[in-house]
Design a protein around this ligand. Sequence first.
Ligand code: AMP
Length: 396
Amino acid sequence: MKDSILVINCGSSSLKFAILSNAGQDTLVEGIADRLGTEESSITFKFEGEKKSIPLEDGSHKSAVAHIKDWLSDHPAIARGLVGIGHRVVHGGETFSQSVLIDHNVLNGIKECAQFAPLHNPAHIKGIEIAFELFPGLPQVAVFDTAFHQTIAPEQYLYPIPMHFYRQHHFRKYGFHGTSYRYISQRLAQLAKGSDQQGVLVAHLGNGASTCAIHKGLSVDTSMGITPLEGLMMGTRSGSIDPSLLSFISQAEGISADAALDILNKKSGLLGVSEISNDCRTLEEAMVSGDQRAKLALDMFAIRTAKHLASMSTTLESIDHLVFTGGIGENSSYLRQVICDHLKALNITIDSTLNETAPRGETTNIRSASSGTNVWIIPTNEELMIALDTISLISH
Ligand code: AMP
């Protein structure tokens, strides 16, 4: 059947890809080109259960996409089914409130939004331009991380700073992980009939982490802000802190504000506190062997996540569902437990046994019998959303 979509997530030093068919249900091939821009770069294809890595001659994004094209030439049956390309784009600003078919104007729009995502959007633009060059004639669609949050009201998205910063510079909360939240909202509506008319809290906890409040299927608040630094403590990001710390850090270290910001983005969070790793699994192993720094970092992560969920609930009429997703949300029973231990005042409690025995990669409801809220673990699927949006836009 001719319904395969090449999904591309093009970053500054990596390019993730997948080809999905059968209305996004089957992943035919997937892979990643990483360390782009260095001499060690390579592209890895995962196909029929086997992984194959090929060094990239010049380490460029273009050679990565060219290898995908070559791979397709060697797999003509898959190549023949390809009907479009879907790109993940981090920042769509206020311009894009839904996915769009990419043309010249859309490319310019993505370029304009690059001021708030200086690392991400230029890489996406590069990926889109290369894909147009190497796959001429294939329609391409942009799917924005920010789009789902464009329903948030001004009272929530404005920062309490002089209004001219918003009027002249569009400084406001945008939020991210929107494609994941949209998927979760739709998946939950299949699992719990009527949830699209209820109040839902979602914790997308991965290396980047955020929370979202969804009321009647629409985002009404989210923890990330003008950039993905705001909100929860994350792998290497501090999340929300007193903004005065920026100035104190730069004075203490004798560095610029940008360099201090870099510390908040890349050296803080789980890594900064534990002084061991940004990786949750590594920290859980260290904690089990008695490392107190790892435990402190994980407990801080949990408490701050609970606080954000509680504050997010102020936008809902009731908290009918809480969903955990993302690498940590889906896999860390320890963090789910500690987070929910701090939400008891909201009458959100989980069954410890259900939590600990939740099968990996599956959807489970782990609420306790007395909990006022359903507590779900739902694996997210952003690639599926990108493929479905692409199919829908190219068939109109
Ligand atoms: P993501 O960014 O969504 O891919 O999530 C990455 C995070 O999920 C990392 O911190 C991983 O350590 C964490 N993670 C993945 N699997 C597990 C696991 N089995 N237990 C605890 N954390 C995990």
